[in-house]
Design a protein around this ligand. Structure first.
Ligand code: BTN
Length: 290
């Protein structure tokens, strides 16, 4: 190969390493050179072919939220997406970090506030957009734990977090950023001890039938398409805690046993406490009681 390209073997080897880091699967065979198989590649070129909105790619970044805000400050207009191969400081809900190793999909989609008719339900719309994309492209069934954690085979496989950028002069939402992390493929042994048994990979056993670029692009398309549609019935169908005994956790306040009996059209979780009192929860956290 070096002879054909009139370059050094070292130059070929360096290029092969760079391609491997992008996700190309290249086998080295001693004496015979290299062979390339069909692979799950994340790169600017691949993403710009699969996405129908402008997309910025980072093999590694601290958080796609940070990169999204940088692009907004650079004057990039929504809609656009940011995709990372891994994150070194992925942000989760309630100030937690989000485990973001290679093999997953870490993306933010930035939309104009005016393209999101119901900002209160945006995070719910994102959970349906993502669950539908995963099911249709991988065949893996997904259910949703209120508000927007996606589960498959009993483990959390997607986390979603929304941030709004408010227009201080005019009021209202300028842009809305949704951050979505999908644990597509990976090794259960790499999961941090504190998340073990809770977090999972969609394809822990091997190869995903869909590339990260295709799945990320479908999520972004679904997210745009679902705005303004009536998706609450689908959300209720997918929400697996309805009818279950749960613990309501209000950070800094306490924890209470309750039964979840529905989700209203505002996305609030309807719960009934043992003394008969009922509440519509708009935020906080719930866990299943087994
Ligand atoms: C959660 O379940 O706690 C929400 C996790 C949200 C993770 C995604 S990954 C892409 C985006 N960038 C981040 O830093 N966080 C979100």
């Amino acid at each position: 190969m070096a002879d054909r390209l009139s370059c050094s073997r070292m130059a070929v080897s360096k290029s092969v390493q760079a391609l491997s880091a992008e996700g190309y699967e290249i086998e080295v065979s001693k004496g015979n050179g290299y062979s390339l198989s069909v692979t799950d590649v994340l790169s600017d070129a691949v993403l710009s072919k699969t996405f129908s909105m402008p997309v910025f790619y980072f093999p590694e970044c601290q958080s796609t939220f940070i990169e999204s805000k940088k692009e907004i400050n650079n004057g990039v207009k929504a809609p656009f997406a940011v995709v990372a191969g891994r994150q070194t400081g992925g942000r989760g809900r309630l100030g937690r970090s989000f485990f973001s190793p290679s093999g997953g999909i870490y993306m933010s989609v930035v939309l104009n506030g005016s393209d999101v008719p119901n900002p209160d339900l945006f995070t719910i719309s994102a959970s349906i957009a993502t669950a539908d994309a995963i099911e249709s492209l991988t065949g893996k069934e997904c259910s949703i734990k209120w508000v927007n954690d996606i589960y498959s085979s009993g483990r959390k496989i997607v986390g979603i977090l929304t941030e709004g950028i408010v227009n201080m002069e005019l009021g209202g939402l300028d842009q809305i950023i949704i951050g979505i992390g999908i644990n597509l493929s990976g090794n259960d042994e790499d999961i941090p001890a504190e998340l073990s048994g809770k977090l999972g990979f969609l394809f822990p056993e091997g190869k995903s039938p869909v590339t990260r670029a295709e799945l990320a692009a479908r999520v972004a398309d679904n997210l745009v398409r679902i705005q303004g549609t009536d998706f609450m019935d689908e959300y209720r169908r997918r929400c697996f805690i309805i009818g279950r005994d749960i613990t309501v956790i209000k950070p800094g306040k306490g924890e209470w046993p309750a039964t979840a009996y529905g989700v209203d059209d505002n996305g609030h979780l309807l719960v009934r406490y043992p003394d008969g009192r009922e509440e519509a929860l708009s935020s906080g956290e719930v866990t299943l009681r087994i």
